[in-house]
Design a protein around this ligand. Structure first.
Ligand code: KG4
Ligand code: ZN
Length: 350
């Protein structure tokens, strides 16, 4: 089966072709027009997607060495994401599927991230036998989920305020780093001391007086943001400049240690033997190293996406569509799927 995947939920315009479950092309264009604004400007993102969508899709098809007429199914992100941005890719994908008279599969962007560690081999065969705990950490989401063998999943924890990626980006902005600051904090942290300053870790065993883990799998990063701001306000600019790697390493340590502790606790509490990390923040080298160490210690297998599949990409969209189709999903000739902005965990908002 030949699947064309399309992704435009935020600031990456991407198209990918999957041939019999394997990635034959994955073209990603990251928008640079937002850098000076310190965050993604929704209207600019939509316009950039519109400008590039056709050429990116053509490039993915050419790179896969096929023609449009050979495509069997088209899949695209239907949400969650910036509604105007999602709309560009979703409309393009449905329009093309309609013109080619082939079925269309809408894909949930967050679910696609969850399955991104299994992209290379392309089908569910390489996913763990049995359930696994998935930590999905991006600029918009921080979710801890249990994914069952039949692909059904339950979200058992999520952020109550900022996402992990936002925690990197917003504290990085306070340090004067350009958006998105996550990769730069990661780079600086490699040279720094993670115990230089103890920033707070919310909702963890460390924050409980009893020192015992209370089974709360939710996250909170707004206190960290305030703590970093207060810390920086008290320091002289020369001191901050001289200690950038140490401060970055301490911020990274505060974010990553909470993510690792909760993920391992979730697996242990449910007797699950496999763990995966996905989403933009899964590219973080500190998170990868600390999670690998903790998994080895706890006897858990860790699944990680390849570096190019950590951040937004269309290969994960095509892959999830492929996995669903191989597990019995019937692709429909339906081209009026509406975009959606928010991810629903089925749990009431706090
Ligand atoms: O999944 P993604 O590409 O887009 C969203 O759906 O949000 O994630 C982007 C986020 C940004 O917040 C960015 O700072 C963060 O992922 N990120 C990182 C690293 N690479 C990307 N955060 C920490 N360390 C990294 N190496
Ligand atoms: Zn994403």
């Amino acid at each position: 089966m030949k699947i064309l995947g399309i992704e435009t939920s935020c600031d990456e315009t991407s198209a990918a072709v999957l041939l019999e479950g394997r990635v034959a092309s994955n073209v990603v264009s990251s928008q640079r027009c937002h850098t000076s604004f310190g965050g993604v400007v929704p209207e600019l993102a939509s316009r950039e997607h519109e400008r590039l969508m056709v050429s990116i899709a053509d490039a993915a098809i050419t790179e896969a060495n096929i023609t449009k007429k050979e495509i069997d199914v088209i899949a695209a992100t239907a949400g969650p994401g910036l509604i105007g941005a999602v709309m560009v890719g979703l409309s393009f994908a449905q329009g093309l599927a309609w013109a080619l008279k082939i079925p269309f599969v809408p894909v949930n962007h967050v679910e696609a991230h969850m399955f991104s560690p299994f992209i290379d081999e392309g089908t569910s065969h390489c996913a763990p036998d049995g359930a696994f705990v998935s930590l999905t950490v991006s600029g918009g989401h921080t979710l801890l989920s249990v994914i069952e063998q039949d692909l059904s999943y339950m979200v058992i924890g999520r952020t109550l305020d900022d996402a992990a990626g936002e925690a990197f980006d917003k504290t990085g902005k306070m340090l004067g780093l350009a958006y998105p600051a996550g990769p730069e904090i990661d780079r600086l942290a490699r040279e720094g001391d993670p115990h230089f300053h103890e920033f707070p870790r919310a909702l963890t065993s460390r924050s409980q007086t009893s020192k015992s883990y209370d089974g709360n799998f939710d996250f909170s990063f707004s206190g960290l943001k305030t703590s970093v701001l207060t810390f920086l306000q008290k320091q002289k600019p020369e001191y901050i400049a001289a200690n950038m790697p140490n401060i970055a390493a301490s911020i990274q340590q505060a974010i990553v240690s909470v993510l690792v502790e909760k993920t391992i606790a979730a697996a242990r509490s449910r007797g699950i033997k496999a763990v995966s990390i996905a989403g933009g923040v899964s590219a973080n080298s500190g998170l990868r190293t600390m999670m690998q160490f903790a998994c080895d210690k706890a006897g858990l297998t860790l699944y990680l996406p390849g570096a190019v599949y950590s951040t937004d990409n269309a290969a994960m969209i095509a892959t999830l569509a492929g996995v669903k189709l191989s597990r019995g999903l019937k692709a429909e000739h339906r081209y009026n799927i509406a975009p959606f902005a928010s991810f629903s965990t089925g749990r009431p908002k706090p």
